[in-house]
Design a protein around this ligand. Structure first.
Ligand SMILES: *Cc1c(COP(=O)(O)O)cnc(C)c1O
Ligand SMILES: [Zn+2]
Length: 430
């Protein structure tokens, strides 16, 4: 059984020479924690002083410190893991299929104990917060993100406020005893995820409180981007193709940005990996807009009656009504720059892919990851890959069943149960 190792996050101040933030649209430069350009809607992207990726000798995500927007070493065994597939590769007739496994599978070196790649976003985000002198963060989550941030914050002095719709409470477990800096706030049972987001927005206005920032948070994107970095280091080159199931597409943007850095490094090849991004039908606004050649998502056409569509999804984690698709530096630009492709996957296709993966690779995966596997199966059927291409399949979450053999799951109890949306939020944060 593996010990639970909690990170020791220490305030060290931030190194102002390590990176700048550049607006991808107008090129304006910003320092540190800025989240938006003052001229336009473009994403800010980190530009690191070190153009070459120098690996640090740490077991987890900390080995990529050069290209994470933090100063102090991140000390956790959780990090991306890449291995060459034999089982699934044989089933699909591929010779260079690599799996990026983001979950719990100690036999494979994978120690993400909340079992999704959201943990790769959580550690750098919390550390950046702390290095910039903040110690209160609020986020809305129905599952993986909330778990990841709670786990990464255990034993630290950062207060994490997680707003969860009542339907999401059961997904809020940790592999260890929660500490009292983790605050769960449950919404009335008439509320959905969108209401939780709104409530988190209200709480964010309290003094000293920060929001995690979503796609605009570079610590999140660069944290997720380590999946691509780890793959390139393992393969010795960038992959030809990158497969991932998306809801917001932030992971796709992150993979693209990581590959831009790898190209500039010079040692990993010149051609950017093609992004193959996959949505779960019937809710697929990005797929619909992309297939129609549009930079904009038109709600009436691309996601009519969203609540009904979302109810029919297999992996509802992948529903996002306002994905960062159109903005400069967003999913549309990532797909365009990489000659990318979009896929739509039905529930039966995803279930079949889940079984195929679990039987051929020998580890359980979560529903959204199965949607990603089904995307790879579809690409094979559509004959868009050569059998010797280097392919990176991002398994965005897995190993929950494996984890239960080693750990007792502790369910988080709400500290506040809101019975109405009009409450005095000052009562929540004291
Ligand atoms: C969040 C999540 C995704 C989707 O990621 P995005 O790139 O943000 O769309 C996929 N799989 C799992 C397990 C997730 O938690
Ligand atoms: Zn700008």
């Amino acid at each position: 059984m593996n010990p639970v190792i909690t990170p020791s996050l220490q305030y060290t101040g931030t190194d102002h020479s390590k990176y700048t933030l550049d607006c991808v649209h107008c090129g304006s430069q910003y320092q540190l924690q800025e989240m938006a350009c003052s001229n336009d809607n473009g994403l800010l992207r980190t530009r690191y002083a070190s153009r070459r990726l120098h690996m640090h000798d740490f077991p987890g995500i900390g080995k990529f410190l050069d290209w994470l927007p933090v100063t102090a070493q991140i000390n956790t065994p959780a990090g991306p893991v890449t291995y060459k597939s034999t089982g699934l590769a044989r089933e699909l007739g591929l010779t260079n299929l690599y799996i990026g496994f983001n979950g719990y599978w100690p036999e494979q070196g994978a120690h993400i104990q909340t079992c999704s790649f959201k943990e790769l976003e959580a550690y750098p985000t919390l550390q950046l917060m702390q290095e910039s002198g903040n110690n209160k963060i609020v986020l809305a989550s129905a599952g993986n993100t909330g778990r990841a941030f709670a786990h990464a914050a255990v034993g630290t002095d950062i207060h994490v406020y997680i707003v969860v719709p009542e339907s999401g409470i059961s997904k809020m477990w940790l592999p260890e005893e929660p500490t009292d800096n983790i605050h769960l706030i449950s919404m009335p049972n008439t509320c959905d995820y969108a209401d939780a987001i709104q409530m988190a927005g209200k709480i964010a206005t309290l003094p000293g409180m920060r929001t995690e920032g979503g796609v605009r948070n570079v610590a999140r994107r660069d944290g997720m981007g380590t999946v691509m970095l780890d793959a390139a280091v393992t393969m010795g080159c960038m992959p030809d193709h990158y497969f991932q199931a998306i809801g917001s597409g932030t992971g796709g943007i992150a993979a693209w940005e990581a590959s831009l850095r790898l190209r500039a490094d010079g040692r990993y090849g010149e051609t950017l990996p093609r992004l193959h991004l996959i949505q779960n039908l019937p809710f697929a606004p990005i797929l619909n807009a992309w297939q129609n050649g549009r930079r904009d998502i038109v709600e009436k056409i691309d996601m009519p009656d969203p609540k009904k569509l979302i109810d029919r999804m297999y992996a509802d984690v992948l529903s996002n009504r306002y994905p960062p698709y159109s903005l400069p530096g967003g999913v549309y630009d990532a797909l365009t720059d990489t000659n990318g492709a979009m896929y739509g996957i039905s529930t039966p296709e995803a279930k079949q892919a889940k079984t195929l993966f679990e039987q051929s690779e020998g580890i359980d995966i979560v529903a959204p990851a199965a949607v990603g596997v089904a995307g790879l199966v579809k690409a094979m059927e559509e004959d868009v890959l050569n059998k010797d291409d280097f392919i990176l399949l991002n398994i965005t979450g897995g190993g929950v069943e494996r984890l239960k053999k080693d750990f007792t799951l502790h369910h988080l109890q709400p500290e506040f149960k809101l019975d109405s949306q009009d409450i005095d939020i000052e009562l929540i944060v004291r």
